[in-house]
Write a protein that binds this ligand. Structure first.
Ligand code: ATP
Length: 333
């Protein structure tokens, strides 16, 4: 691959040059709405009353352990699996009844090469591109995803990571309005994962909506505007990654400064209920809800007494911690 990913994606790339056309889209338009979704397989309830909202131009991540119901949910939205109850609207259409109309407007990652596992990588991508009036340039996409060297290799002979990237290319080559990505970076190495992340980020910048599933915290934190954490088919937590990781972790502000500061005046400046202490020499803790005003109070106090803070941090949790708190189990058991 030539150049860095950013260079490749930023310089005259066809994704940006010919931006995805979503003529009537307003930023607040709904791309996908799911209410009370239920899917049962025999005695097992795979999806158990799920609600989802995805706005146009945003990325929603479904995060959950194996068997949580992520793939089932995505496949219902794609129109491949029928639901037992609930409503699903994808770009204002019902995937159960409006499948043909929807197919042209959504992007789906084909598993196992779809119907053409014997087709060469380039052929396959060009075939999918041919269904679109305004496809992304397949050559550019192969290059951007590091697949130029295997363009003449059949899908079944590609490595797992190459198959994964080609499936992603097929999902987006038609400039869909909404893309479903089921674990888009599963099995990819760190570099390939970064390439995919940058491409997904670029899609969002072009106004494409993305529903993705992942087990990976860093993927959800990096890409998603909204995260829905699901476990046993139910939503156990939802919000922006920042909201989810901040919740419950916003009660400690720590800073490092010269030892043995007299904290009396800081204590009196802060609202009642906050406690300042020097937990170990030179390491200080303000216990109480951390707000922008509290941080401003601290820094103003430091300026007043002419003290330089060398480290200032609000304790935050990872999505992994959040999942553990919500379910009592680790995400990848
Ligand atoms: P993973 O991360 O492992 O892909 P997931 O969150 O995508 O898991 P699903 O694949 O949606 O979970 O599966 C949800 C539940 O439904 C699981 O218990 C699974 O065994 C069951 N299930 C899924 N598809 C079927 C099927 N076709 N027949 C019977 N059970 C199924």
């Amino acid at each position: 691959m030539r150049g860095t990913t950013s260079e490749r994606l930023n310089n005259d790339d066809p994704v940006t040059d010919r931006r995805v056309a979503v003529p009537s889209a307003r930023p607040d338009d709904v791309a996908l709405s799911v209410r009370g979704l239920i899917k049962r397989y025999g005695d097992r309830t795979a999806v158990d009353g799920l609600d989802l909202d995805l706005r146009r131009g945003e990325i929603l991540a479904l995060l959950g352990p194996n068997g949580a119901g992520k793939t089932t949910t995505v496949e219902i939205c794609e129109g491949f699996v029928t639901r037992d109850a609930g409503t699903v609207e994808v770009l204002g259409l019902d995937p159960r009844t409006d499948n043909d109309q929807l197919r042209r407007r959504i992007g789906v990652m084909l598993q196992g090469g779809g119907a053409y596992p014997g087709a060469r990588a380039e052929e396959m991508l060009r075939l999918v591109a041919a269904y679109s009036d305004d496809p992304i340039d397949p050559d550019w996409l192969l290059e951007a995803l590091g697949l130029s060297g295997v363009r003449r290799t059949s899908f079944r002979r590609l490595s797992g990571g190459q198959q994964q990237r080609l499936s992603l290319a097929c999902a987006i080559v038609g400039r869909p309005e909404l893309v479903f990505l089921d674990e888009p970076t599963a099995g990819l190495d760190a570099h390939a994962r970064l390439v995919v992340w940058e491409l997904v980020d670029r899609l969002r910048a072009d106004g494409v909506s993305v529903l993705l599933t992942t087990h990976l915290m860093d993927e959800a934190e990096e890409l998603a505007d909204q995260v829905v954490i699901i476990d046993s088919g139910r939503c156990v937590g939802a919000g922006t990654p920042a909201d989810l990781t901040r919740r419950g972790a916003e009660n400690e502000l720590r800073f490092t400064a010269p030892r043995a500061l007299d904290l009396t005046s800081l204590q009196t400046t802060l609202p009642s209920g906050y406690r300042c202490s020097e937990s170990t020499p030179g390491n200080y803790l303000i216990a109480g809800q951390v707000t922008p005003a509290v941080i401003a109070t601290l820094t103003a106090w430091c300026a007043e007494i002419d003290v330089l803070v060398t480290d200032l941090r609000v304790e935050t949790r990872s999505l992994e911690d959040v999942f553990l708190d919500l379910t009592g189990r680790a995400l990848r058991a």
